[in-house]
Design a protein. Structure first.
Length: 497
């Protein structure tokens, strides 16, 4: 995660913080004669979820306090007390010593109440010129930007693992599929690099979502701005934004930064799920292409022989949940008029869960790719079955005999049919006489081109599966990802043999 901490706080004490006779009502309850009922408090409170925004809340409050003092809205003495008090509260939370109170609803009121308890009247001045509406939007956007960068860094680690695995298996042959039917031979290195390309696009989407969230909501107050002479440029820059959001209504109600983040995350999760599905298939006895390490396998309580790819299966399931969270947030936001509505309290649980799940997914896939072993003989045998070089036969007839491709396609189909009649599973096993019975001009030299090795070697077009092209792409990715030393293995019938 490269130092980007988006995790929940260390578990601490829980219970009410003594701020007044009516809990949170002490902060907003001048309008009310009685406090909310128990069920109202339960449905209204979000502290169990949003307490992980504590770092961002303290950071935003420190920037706001500094701006208030610079603008002469609060005194320098009050600002000093606020800054020191917020630092002390941050230390309490980090040490697991902070008492989070459901009565105080959310992380913002919890921290503000504790600040007032520590420093007195100065703490009550912190909220001048802001609202919880712009405060939560700012905290949530800060958290999401950091989570996007953390997700991006984790994808880079997976890419590095895939490139290293591709380099060790650049010319290992396995069947390529369409419709999960044998299509043409490809190399394992080429297959793995396809995911490197997908992940590169995922990373661009994540970073684009980060860039889109480059304007700061702080200072929009509840919805209309504020009458205080605040400096929104100063707080925006202090918090790492490019500038403030230009419309106060938009600032407090917009959640497209979270929607964009979840959309990018959902696409990336789908790509991880596709790779996980390949691992499930490849490690099954029916395929027999690969074997997961013990570290990434589980057993059965009743069947001693089982080696279950549970981690890969859970990656598939978590991808579905991330996609569902993305759809859920879209559904929440679609029905909201301007400006803020309490529905938006549900946004953080969806985003937090999605990023937590994604971190597990990427970590699991990186670990599995690093430790999976492949069976070269099994993959090569499977690639030869199913007449995977039929296209090579048609292409060879076009090149050697100037035959129209559609005619060549018909001849190759006839050869496949004859091989099936003879009980063969590959064209390279069909006798030359059988070829010549279909097309008298067919030669032994042409027959030699029907091996899977010849097939992949011939795919020299840019982006093709030929080992020479695969190694060129590996070299490009090694440079882009900063991979210094190759991690190669002695080729054998199985990794490490």
């Amino acid at each position: 995660m490269t130092g980007i901490d988006t995790s929940p706080p260390t578990a601490g004490k829980s219970g009410p913080v003594p701020i007044g006779p009516s809990g949170a009502q002490g902060l907003w309850g001048g309008r009310f004669n009685r406090g909310p009922g128990a069920l109202m408090r339960a449905i209204n409170a979000s502290i169990a979820v949003d307490q992980r925004l504590w770092r961002e809340d303290i950071e935003g409050s420190k920037a706001h306090a500094a701006m208030l003092a610079a603008q002469g809205i609060i005194s320098s003495d009050d600002e000093k007390a606020i800054q020191e008090g917020l630092d002390a509260i941050g230390a309490e939370i980090a040490a697991g010593q902070f008492e989070f109170s459901e009565d105080l609803e959310d992380i913002h009121l919890n921290i503000e109440a504790r600040l007032t308890e520590r420093i007195g009247e100065a703490g009550k001045r912190l909220h001048t010129g802001r609202s919880r509406n712009d405060q939560v939007a700012t905290d949530f956007k800060l958290w999401t930007r950091r989570a996007l960068l953390a997700a991006s860094h984790s994808l880079e680690a997976l890419q590095i693992g895939l490139v290293r695995c591709a380099e060790a298996h650049a010319d290992w042959i396995l069947p390529g599929f369409t419709h999960l039917q044998t299509a043409q031979p490809v190399t394992l290195g080429h297959h793995l690099l396809a995911y490197v390309e997908m992940i590169a696009r995922d990373d661009r989407r994540l970073r684009a979502a980060w860039s889109s969230a480059d304007e700061c909501p702080l200072g929009a107050a509840a919805l209309a701005g504020t009458a205080y002479p605040i400096d929104r440029e100063a707080t925006a820059l202090a918090l790492g934004f490019d500038g403030p959001m230009a419309n106060s209504l938009d600032a407090v109600s917009a959640r497209d930064f979270a929607l964009e983040a979840l959309g990018a995350l959902a696409i990336a999760a789908v790509h991880l799920s596709r790779l996980a599905e390949e691992i499930v298939l490849w490690t099954s006895p029916q395929f027999g292409f690969a074997r997961l390490s013990d570290e990434w396998s589980t057993g059965s309580s009743i069947m001693p022989q089982k080696r279950n790819p549970d981690a890969a299966e859970l990656v598939r399931a978590k991808a579905a949940r991330i996609a569902a969270n993305s759809a859920a947030l879209l559904s929440i936001v679609r029905a909201l008029p301007l400006a803020y509505s309490k529905d938006l309290q549900e946004d953080k649980a969806l985003v937090f869960e999605a990023f937590d799940s994604f971190a597990l997914m990427v970590g699991a896939m990186t670990g599995m790719i690093a430790t999976t072993t492949f069976d070269r003989a099994a993959m090569r045998a499977a690639a030869a079955r199913g007449f995977s070089t039929a296209t090579d036969l048609a292409d060879g007839l076009v090149r050697a005999l100037a035959m129209p491709f559609r005619t060549a396609h018909h001849v190759a189909g006839a050869a496949v049919r004859r091989a099936e009649e003879l009980g063969l599973s590959s064209l390279e096993d069909l006798p030359l006489a059988e070829f010549q019975a279909i097309e008298p001009r067919f030669t032994a030299e042409a027959q030699a081109l029907l091996t899977v090795e010849a097939s992949v070697a011939a795919r020299l077009s840019f982006g093709g599966t030929a080992p020479v092209r695969v190694r060129e792409q590996i070299a490009r990715w090694r440079q882009e990802l900063g991979i210094e030393e190759p991690e190669t293995k002695e080729p054998g019938m199985e990794d490490g043999q």
